[in-house]
Design a protein around this ligand. Structure first.
Ligand SMILES: Cc1cc2nc3c(=O)[nH]c(=O)nc-3n(C[C@H](O)[C@H](O)[C@H](O)COP(=O)(O)OP(=O)(O)OC[C@H]3O[C@@H](n4cnc5c(N)ncnc54)[C@H](O)[C@@H]3O)c2cc1C
Length: 259
C-alpha cells in the first residue's frame, strides 16, 4: 500500500470493489500495471463493507461463496500483477494532461499519472436507506442495523427484517439458520428477489421457520434508549399499496432483533 507522493503507471483504477479488483487481473494479462484507489480502508467494495458473511450464489464456478471469501480470491487473482493499493483515499480530481495522460488526485494528496483511468466506483459512497420512523437513530448500531457484517451477532435472537428485495430475502434465509425467529415485513405480497430465493423463503415460511408479515409496512419502533437488551418492539400496519381487503383494526406487533 502507498500513500502520498506522485506515481506514474499504466492504469489508475478508481474503486477496489469486485470490478476494480478484476480489472487489475485483466490489465495484468495485457501487461499493464495498475494503481488502485479506494476511499475505504479495505479492498472489496460492497462485499467487504456491507455483507462479508453473506453467501453469494450467482458467481460462475462457485455454487456458494461468502462475500469476504470472494474478495480474498479476487485479490489473490490480482496479486501476481503487483497492483499498488491506495486505500483510505478518495479520488477527488481527474484531469486530462497533454500527451494523452490523465492525472488523478486523492484526498491525501497522492498524485497519479496514467495513460488510462478505469472508474469502477460502483454505487459510490455508501449510506443507510433509513425508514422514516421517529427516533430510529437512537437504535442504530444497537438493535437496528442496515447491513449484517457478522451473522453470529444474531444467534438466538428474534430478528425482524424489513424489505422485500434480494438483500432482505437472502438475509432472511441465512439468519433463519442462527436466529431463534425471523420475521420479514414487506409492504407488498410479492417479493423483488430472484424467484429461487423467494421460493425458498416461502418454503421456510410454510414450514413455520420464518414469519412473513405481508403486506405490511413499518409504522413505529418502541423501546428504551435503543438498548439492545431492552424490550424494543416494532409495529407494522397493513400497506395501502396492497390490493387485499381493507386493513384490520389493530396493527401487527413484533419484538425486535435484540429482544
Ligand atoms: C447487501 C448486498 C447484498 C448483495 N448481494 C449480492 C449477491 O448475492 N450477488 C451479486 O451478484 N451481487 C450482490 N450485491 C451487489 C454487489 O455487491 C455489487 O454489484 C458489487 O459490489 C459491485 O461491484 P463494484 O466493484 O462495481 O462496486 P462496489 O462494490 O460498489 O465498489 C466500488 C468501490 O469504489 C469505491 N469508490 C467509489 N467512489 C470512490 C472515489 N471517488 N474514490 C475512491 N474510491 C471510491 C467505493 O468505496 C467502493 O469500495 C449485493 C449488494 C448488497 C449491498
Amino acid at each position: 500500500m502507498a500513500t502520498g507522493h506522485s506515481h506514474q503507471t499504466d492504469v489508475v483504477i478508481v474503486g477496489a470493489g469486485p470490478a476494480g479488483l478484476f480489472a487489475v487481473f485483466e490489465c495484468g494479462m495485457v501487461r499493464l500495471n495498475c494503481h488502485v484507489v479506494d476511499v475505504l480502508d479495505d479492498a472489496g467494495g460492497q462485499c467487504t463493507a456491507l455483507y462479508p458473511e453473506k453467501p453469494i450464489y450467482d458467481i460462475p464456478g462457485f455454487p456458494r461463496i461468502e462475500a469476504a471469501e470472494l474478495v480474498v480470491r479476487l485479490k489473490a487473482q490480482a496479486a501476481p500483477f503487483r497492483p499498488v493499493y491506495h486505500l483510505g483515499e478518495q479520488v477527488q480530481a481527474l484531469e486530462a494532461l497533454s500527451g494523452g495522460f490523465w492525472q488523478v488526485t486523492t484526498s491525501k494528496g497522492t498524485v497519479l499519472q496514467a495513460r488510462a483511468v478505469i472508474v469502477a466506483a460502483g454505487v459510490g459512497a455508501f449510506g443507510p436507506n433509513r425508514p422514516p420512523l421517529p427516533g430510529i437513530e437512537a437504535y442504530e448500531g444497537k438493535s437496528v442495523f442496515y447491513y449484517v457484517t457478522q451473522r453470529e451477532t444474531f444467534r438466538g435472537k428474534r430478528v425482524v427484517i424489513a424489505g422485500g428485495g434480494d438483500t432482505a430475502v437472502d438475509w432472511a434465509l441465512s439468519l433463519s439458520e442462527v436466529a431463534s425467529r425471523v420475521s420479514v415485513i414487506h409492504r407488498r405480497d410479492k417479493f423483488r428477489a430472484v424467484p429461487e430465493s423467494e421460493a425458498r423463503l416461502k418454503a421456510l415460511a410454510k414450514a413455520g421457520k420464518i414469519d412473513l408479515v405481508v403486506p405490511y409496512q413499518l409504522q413505529a419502533l418502541e423501546g428504551k434508549d435503543g438498548s439492545p437488551t431492552g424490550a424494543s418492539r416494532w409495529s407494522a400496519t397493513r400497506s395501502r399499496s396492497s390490493h387485499r381487503p381493507p386493513p384490520p383494526a389493530s396493527p401487527a406487533s413484533l419484538r425486535s432483533a435484540m429482544s
